[in-house]
Write a protein that binds this ligand. Structure first.
Ligand code: IPE
Ligand code: IPE
Ligand code: MG
Length: 245
């Protein structure tokens, strides 16, 4: 049977997160500059947004730039920022057409002004869309996010806005940048690396991981469908025994 049909008949995860990795290696393999791989990576983003919409996934979070990525050579960081501006600009109509709502998480104020402006325009223009919510993680790291949450919690306790006894899992989640977004059920990482690289540490406590050797620019719709298929065949126990499920 067609695997896409089978996937559509199964449980579709509400939230999928992706660590899009391998652009640089992809470019090097063909004797090109790393930046060429990032440009090609944008095409994969378009494909995956399309298939995620088609599968009626509610939230798709893409790790596009980490706090640690600021340490890359200036030339590459500048190229990535310019690519963000041009891609958000050129793909805005496609987001509107596909009823996609854009959001961003991370230390957005640390981004160049042109990126912030382009991002805000796309976020505002798509804010009423009711299809897929596409969340770009930009200048994001989970430890940064957790520290920010702790600071804001302490502030609210000091101001008597929050009682220490009311701090629990749910409350803590509301202090994160992913407030109101359910935890991802599936996390995909491309390029064969099997690590988290400071992504969504709090939110992935019970997430299923899917690692693939495919480099991000080679990751297509079929690969995404394969990942969902693998997810649908996992036994999620949440601490219970197999018999209880
Ligand atoms: C992922 O690809 C994109 C970003 C981190 C911005 P990389 O640029 O990390 O590619 P590799 O891992 O060096 O191949
Ligand atoms: C993780 O990829 C960050 C993004 C995909 C944006 P990296 O390529 O930066 O991760 P490490 O440094 O190899 O772990
Ligand atoms: Mg990498």
């Amino acid at each position: 049977m067609d695997i896409k049909l089978e996937v559509l008949n199964g449980k579709i995860p509400e939230h999928v997160a992706i660590i899009m990795d391998g652009n640089g290696r992809w470019a090097k393999q063909q004797g090109n500059e790393r930046v060429f791989g990032h440009k090609q990576g944008v095409k994969s983003v378009k494909n995956i947004v399309e298939i995620a919409s088609e599968l009626k996934i509610k939230f798709l979070t893409l790790y596009a730039f980490s706090t640690e990525n600021w340490s890359r050579p200036k030339y590459e960081v500048d190229a990535l920022m310019a690519l963000l501006v041009s891609s958000i600009h050129s793909e805005l109509n496609l987001l509107i057409k596909n009823n996609v709502r854009l959001k961003a998480i991370g230390d957005i104020n640390s981004l160049p002004t042109e990126v912030i402006n382009e991002l805000n325009e796309a976020i505002n223009t798509t804010s009423k869309n009711t299809g897929l919510t596409l969340i770009l993680a930009l200048s994001y790291s989970a430890r940064w996010e957790i520290i920010e949450a702790v600071k804001n919690i302490v502030k609210d306790v000091k101001l008597d806005k929050l009682d220490i006894n009311n701090i629990n899992d749910n409350l803590f989640s509301t202090y994160l940048t992913t407030k109101n977004i359910p935890d991802p059920e599936l996390l995909i990482r491309t390029s064969g690396e099997q690590r988290i690289s400071n992504f969504l540490l709090w939110q992935i406590s019970y997430t299923e991981f899917y690692f693939t050797e495919k480099l991000w620019p080679d990751f297509g719709k079929d690969d995404f469908i394969n990942a969902i298929f693998a997810f649908q065949n996992r036994k999620r126990r949440f601490g219970k025994t197999g018999e209880q499920i």
